[in-house]
Write a protein that binds this ligand. Structure first.
Ligand SMILES: Cc1cc2nc3c(=O)[nH]c(=O)nc-3n(C[C@H](O)[C@H](O)[C@H](O)COP(=O)(O)OP(=O)(O)OC[C@H]3O[C@@H](n4cnc5c(N)ncnc54)[C@H](O)[C@@H]3O)c2cc1C
Length: 519
């Protein structure tokens, strides 16, 4: 692989890099995608999984709202196996009236949605309470919009798989250490692969899709872009509390979105500006958990009595617009797409940065970046990603059954009961999807993400995975690493039912026979 040449190198295996690799490969370019960890380990694996209709942005940012509604319907079409068409509800509460977000604001919100092409319809609060029994019973207004829930891990993996199917090379656990610069041109990258092996790749064009980490890579070659590292913390609740995505109908604020995601519910988020050096060691604080619970209970009072199964945080890769907003946490920074041609901007040839935007607009971001790559290479091929369906790797995992049908698992083939992951899924994930450890497996199959959070399945899954990898002696190490990672997400919410669950979990890990390992 050393010194191999490509048409384009893409740095970052989040959804933007994965989408760009897919688009480049579909346009016939010899494509290399490099990711320092596993895919979807940056912001892509650390968000709500809300496929925005754009309604959230309609009043303040009509361009983002328009992009969202167009991409929302494209993703529903090209990736139906990644999307749950839940619909969304924007609610108005009595306390919003005093803050200037009463029913007048609701009317303005509906008009702004319609102007952006978003179908928004006011419904009677009594009807809203009937559709959504968990919603705050005090609501005085409700608007239905086409929000949806999307599985970001699956979406990212499907893009990577399609890129591979069209000839792209994808290397995970390969970290870019340096952009290679000759004169005024970036000619490739230097990287460290697994086991610390040094690698070098060359291409006439390199695309940085490294999220917030693009900032540091650009600084190495003397390019400064003003990014805001905006940390957002989220809570996962032990069951699905609502059918629809529930939002507050007001200016974006803390804890105003509740998203049903597979068997659980996700509440978010906070918004705090953090130093760049903190982006790799994010921790959810006790204060953030309290704030999320306090504000979240206004959306859905039952949240206060529901078991929280974990907390996590991600960093939005926002590009500064000059003002950081009244909260200083980045809500004022643009959520818009930023594609930088560094030849035009900084006099550095062969380098493009694609950042900003959202999970919802990843495909459009990839199209914009790939158009730019093609322009630089003099290639005239059009984008087809808005109409070409993504492969259904979920269907392929469950032996090509139609999506939505239950998997034909025998009980003794099953490793994760909450998420119905079986031995065949592990076989496929290792052989075809580049899975190397339990965290990778979780991101491809959801193993361990359900209500028990891996309490009953971690050791079984570790044994099955290591048997498939041909390294059975590694099972205790992989299990230990995985448990430690899961534990981090439980620590900030370790009280009440969650603490009881943690105690029980510890007991199972320490004393459970025959799967007993020191963890
Ligand atoms: C708390 C929160 C909630 C959000 N909620 C939503 C939502 O509900 N809906 C929505 O549409 N959007 C949401 N977003 C935004 C969305 O998550 C991001 O816009 C999107 O995931 C960004 O994807 P990305 O691929 O550009 O960046 P990332 O996913 O961050 O990917 C960058 C990748 O680059 C890799 N990388 C970094 N440095 C290197 C290197 N040196 N070598 C190799 N690889 C490297 C990283 O490991 C990472 O995997 C949310 C964001 C946050 C933080």
């Amino acid at each position: 692989m050393k010194n191999e040449d490509f048409d384009v190198i893409i740095v970052g295996g989040g959804v933007t890099g994965a989408g760009t690799a897919r688009d480049c490969a579909l346009r016939g370019l010899k494509t290399l995608l490099l990711e320092r960890n596993d895919i979807a380990t940056g912001a892509t694996g650390r968000n709500h999984g809300l496929l925005h209709s754009g309604a959230r942005y309609a009043v303040a940012d009509s361009e983002s709202a328009r992009e969202c509604i167009i991409e929302n319907s494209i993703i529903k079409r090209i990736a139906p196996h990644c999307v749950d068409k839940t619909g969304g509800l924007f609610i108005t509460l009595p306390q919003d009236v005093d803050a200037g977000y009463g029913l007048d604001y609701q009317a303005k919100f509906i008009q702004s949605c319609r102007d952006a092409g978003i179908h928004a319809k006011a419904i009677d609060p009594a009807q809203a309470r009937m559709i959504e029994p968990a919603v705050n019973p005090d609501i005085i207004g409700a608007v239905k919009v086409p929000d949806a829930s999307v599985d970001p891990f699956r979406l990212c993996a499907c893009n990577v798989q399609d890129a591979r199917d069209h000839g792209a090379t994808v290397l995970t656990y390969t970290s870019i250490t340096r952009l290679l610069k000759e004169g005024d041109r970036i000619t490739g990258v230097q990287a460290k692969g697994s086991g610390g092996v040094s690698l070098e790749f060359r291409a006439p064009v390199t695309v940085l899709a490294a999220g917030i980490w693009s900032h540091g890579l650009l600084a190495q070659v003397g390019i400064d872009i003003e990014m805001v590292a905006s940390k957002g913390s989220l809570l996962v609740f032990g069951h699905r509390m609502s059918r629809m995505v529930i939002n507050r109908c007001r200016k974006s604020a803390d804890a105003d979105i509740l998203v049903p995601g597979e068997p659980v519910s996700i509440l978010g988020t906070t918004s705090t500006k953090v130093p760049f050096e903190d982006c790799d060691r994010l921790r959810v604080t006790r204060e953030e958990v309290e704030l999320l619970l306090r504000e979240g209970s206004a959306l859905c009072p039952e949240l206060a009595q529901t078991r929280i199964i974990r907390a996590y945080a991600g960093v939005r890769p926002l590009v500064s617009t000059g003002s950081s907003g009244s909260d200083g946490g980045g809500r004022g920074a643009s959520r818009g797409i930023v594609c930088l041609d560094h030849e035009a901007r900084d006099g550095v040839k062969g380098l493009i940065t694609i950042t900003g935007g959202k999970l919802t607009t990843y495909r459009l971001m990839a199209e914009i970046a790939t158009d730019e790559v093609c322009r630089k290479l003099g290639v005239k091929r059009h984008c087809t990603t808005a109409t070409k369906r993504l492969p259904d790797i979920v269907g392929r995992l469950s032996r090509n059954l139609k999506p939505g049908r239950p998997k034909p698992l025998r009980e003794d083939d099953m490793v994760c009961q909450c998420e119905r992951v079986g031995l065949a899924d592990i076989h496929y994930a290792v052989q075809e999807l580049g899975v190397k450890n339990l965290e990778d497996l979780r991101r491809r199959t959801r193993a361990g993400m359900g209500t028990c959070q891996g309490t009953f399945c971690t050791f079984r899954t570790a044994d099955a995975l290591c048997a498939e990898l041909g390294t059975p002696h590694e099972a205790p190490r992989l299990a230990r690493e995985y448990v430690n990672e899961r534990w981090k997400g439980m620590m900030p919410v370790g009280w009440g039912d969650t603490l009881r669950e943690m105690e029980f979990m510890q007991r199972v890990y320490k004393e459970g026979r025959p799967y007993s390992y020191e963890v």
